[in-house]
Design a binder for this molecule. Sequence first.
Ligand code: PMP
Length: 353
Amino acid sequence: MTVPVRADLRAMEGYHSPQVDVAVRLNTNESPEPPPAAWRDAFAAEVSRLDWHRYPDRSAAELRAAIAALHGVEPGQVFAANGSNEVLQTVLLAYGGASRCVATFEPTYQLHSHIARVTGTEVVEGERAVDFSLDLDEVRRVVGAAQPVVTFLCSPNNPTGMVDSEDVVREVLDLAPGLVVVDEAYGQFAPWSALALVDDDRPLVVTRTFSKTWSMAAARLGYLVGPSWLVTELDKVALPYHLDAAKQIAGRLALRFVDDMEVRVKTVVGERERIAATLRRLPVRVWPSGANFILFRPEERSGQDVWDGLLARDVLVRNCSSWPRLQDCLRVTVGTPAEDDAFLDALREVLGA
Ligand code: PMP
């Protein structure tokens, strides 16, 4: 016997990010390096003293204060949750729902529309320009017609890697009737951030994660910076004690290592440019990236063929080749220099270049 699920969920598929056991894993945009050893030691020491029989600080006050200090905002403008995906879900639990809609500009991060649908929010999909940049005429058309409660941007955009300029974000803020959420999961790798635009008088939300730059994908911690009136509403929606004590410690301690992280970001950006320059000499189309990954499309072979060929050489990249609007495209995460060499060598072999 089964019990029928909600009618609007029946036809939905779950989100999949297939993992394969290979030597070089460049498919999920994680940091190639673990956190600094000193962070591990500090974390282990604090966790060993935890009062495990007590609930954690429900408001995660110290963590919020540390994030606020990092960005020069008020603690009341910060909301943290279990990964930036849960941050987005909390925004949509509070602002989405029946008879409300969100706007996305495709192709973009699939979880924006997925989470919207799961929260019973209608999704209106606009199209990006052929080069995957944001087309402001399309934004005007879509948000004008649909009047979305949330307009999603993703900068740098996953999976294309493209960064929306400050002018574009400001223009979208003028056009959109509701909240503008700029997903900056990869913000540290980009030349500018919308964080500086956050203000209590502006319906702008910027989301960030500890999963990439901070080398803490295993911890599941993300946050947003936005107007304090929005954070007040999100605090009503989040489950009591949703951030466990160990996670609060992990995030707070990570912020003591800003300098180490900036060095890693520089290394990743350097590697990204090296990979991009090499790809441009091969028979593949490469999109400009401001993130820790690069989207490319083989010109003479199918994306699936090249993905198979890389896998046969123990290199896993993200296979976007069957995704809507991304025919034959593959996305490679920047790894360590050795991993990036392994990828480039394997690709040259597969392409016969
Ligand atoms: N936003 C974007 C654009 C992403 O690519 C990801 C990770 N795949 C996330 C949000 C979610 O990150 P997390 O939940 O690990 O913070």
